[in-house]
Design a protein around this ligand. Structure first.
Ligand code: HEC
Ligand code: HEC
Length: 478
């Protein structure tokens, strides 16, 4: 029998109100842990739900189905060299790692909103580089209820047109994801690349990134690398006479590196350790987790999925779908000096195939929140520079928009000012916390926000349990 997902949180398991932060004992914590265990997807043992272990420990540890850790294949080892090789860029100074740094969870290593690129490193795009980690389960881009039922390639324009007036089901944390009549999958903020292999070619050729003039320009650089012999060994001695194939093999190698190297999907965060029973969450982290998951509070988990799959697949903190959140315009981006310029995500300007499907304008891919606090800027336009600002946005956008958006010359707050007027109706106002009305109470207090941020910190890879040799075991009653 398939277990129905337990409601989250269980009755009586609200984040304790009015509990002083410094108080050691949290009377409701034990109950909450029991409900978390049930919510974790049928992993709880019925009847044991009330048994709780030491404060902060997951009473029902889960066996996570983690990707296998194996030595890299020869192709992936070649991919690693390519990933870190600046000689492949027109400037000679930029590798993939310049914008996707392993030390920062494959986020950019510095605080700029957008990274310079191009032959002289003076050109800039208008989107911050996303993390390259945790893409290993990303499906190809599709529109419809279920990725597995959509054959690729499809005429996305026709599918999108047929879905124009289909109403959306609101997303609520703790409920099964709605039959999504929304775009999903794909790579980049707008899903325009389908595979890591096809993807790698785009930055290599993009005028604002590695800026190679053509595929043959890349091929010439590959033929001059110090490791050119590796190509001949792996792909045969004639590979240098077939520039297109040479470049395709190089891109395939970079993709293999990202798939095979464990650092791209390490699952070594404190949260992963907690799920498996190897770590304790502090009271603040635990409260933050509740608030993150609670549909009446953050409702973050409705889109940034926090629950492991039934088979133990670790959560990626994204549902791989697209939303228009209406984040405010970033006045620091150069293209935004033109008041007629708008980055519309799914409907352009980078992506062209859905340009006429205006119901998707303003939608961007929900990013993973793993390692997100290693980013210096947040959202597709990098408008925010701290998680506190991001949380203020979620908390206040609907109830006190005057604190989020600028005013026009008449003193009127311009809602959703990073979209043209006629497209502002696309912005999500059905999913909590965006379903509140102007003047309502904000869902989160200042303390709630601090606690959610404390929880987000538990999603950073590289957590070392205090005593690695002795996993924390929940106490049993008998
Ligand atoms: C100048 C900075 C820069 C360089 C160099 C660069 N990228 Fe990126 N990368 C970006 C930006 C910006 C985006 C987002 C673009 C968008 O969404 O339109 C991105 C997106 C990606 C994505 C999609 C990630 C996701 O979450 O969807 C992948 C994969 C990727 N890059 C891989 C690479 C590889 C491989 C290289 C080297 C061949 C590389 N990048 C070089 C800036 C860079
Ligand atoms: C309705 C779906 C939805 C809900 C609910 C939601 N998010 Fe998001 N989140 C998104 C999307 C989509 C983006 C990217 C939007 C963009 O850039 O325009 C995003 C972006 C973010 C980012 C920036 C990540 C980056 O790499 O720049 C953070 C941090 C974040 N969300 C945290 C949260 C938190 C915390 C909550 C709960 C208070 C939450 N989200 C609730 C969909 C959602």
């Amino acid at each position: 029998m398939r277990l129905r997902p337990a409601p989250f949180p269980a009755p009586g398991c609200r984040p304790p109100r009015g509990v002083a932060r410094t108080r050691g004992r949290l009377p409701k914590t034990a109950l909450c842990l029991a409900s978390i265990a049930a919510w974790l997807g049928g992993h709880a043992v019925p009847g044991q739900a009330a048994a709780a272990g030491p404060a902060g420990v997951n009473p029902h540890p889960i066996h996570l189905l983690l990707p296998p850790v194996q030595p890299l294949s020869a192709v992936a080892r070649l991919g690693r060299r390519l990933f870190f090789d600046p000689s492949l860029s027109a400037s000679g100074r930029q590798s993939c790692a310049s914008c996707h740094s392993p030390g920062y969870g494959y986020n950019p290593p510095d605080k700029r909103a957008v990274q310079p690129g191009g032959p002289d490193l003076k050109s800039v795009g208008y989107r911050p580089p996303p993390s390259l980690a945790y893409l290993y389960r990303q499906q190809p881009f599709s529109i419809g209820p279920d990725t597995s039922s959509v054959d690729i390639p499809v005429n996305l324009n026709a599918v999108a047109a047929s879905l124009r007036n289909v109403p959306r089901v609101p997303k609520s944390a703790g409920m099964p994801p709605p039959a999504a009549m929304v775009p999903q999958g794909g790579l980049f903020w707008d899903g325009r690349a389908d595979s890591l292999q096809r993807q790698a070619l785009l930055p290599a050729l993009s005028p604002v990134e590695m800026a190679n003039a053509s595929v043959s320009a890349i091929a010439r650089k590959l033929a001059r690398t110090r490791y050119r012999d590796r190509f001949a060994q792996l792909f045969g001695p004639t590979i240098f006479q077939a520039p297109r194939q040479l470049v395709a093999e190089a891109m395939f190698a970079i993709a293999r590196y990202q798939v095979e190297d464990p650092s791209f999907h390490a699952f070594t965060s404190k949260y992963d350790a907690w799920l498996q029973g190897h770590a304790r969450l502090t009271p603040a982290e635990l409260r933050g987790m509740h608030l993150f998951n609670d549909p009446a509070k953050g409702n973050c988990a409705a889109c940034h999925l926090s629950r492991p799959g039934r088979d133990g697949l670790p959560p990626l903190f994204t549902d791989s779908q697209y939303e228009a959140l209406g984040v405010p315009r970033n006045p620091r981006l150069a293209p935004n000096r033109d008041p007629h310029f708008f980055d519309l995500g799914l409907c352009g300007p980078y992506r062209k195939d859905l340009a006429r499907q205006t119901q998707y304008c303003g939608m961007f891919l929900t990013p993973t929140l793993r390692n997100v606090d290693r980013r210096a800027v947040f959202f597709h336009n990098g408008v925010y520079r701290s998680l506190k600002q991001v949380l203020d946005f979620y908390n206040l956008r609907s109830v006190q928009p005057e604190r989020i958006y600028p005013r026009d010359s008449d003193g009127v707050t311009v809602l959703y000012n990073d979209l043209p007027k006629d497209l502002r109706g696309n912005v999500d106002s059905t999913d909590a916390p965006f379903n509140r009305h102007r003047g309502d109470l904000p869902p989160l207090s200042a303390l709630d926000i601090q606690d959610i941020i404390a929880f987000i910190h538990t999603l950073d890879d590289g957590y070392a349990p205090p005593r690695a040799s002795a996993p924390v075991r929940p106490r049993t009653r008998d």
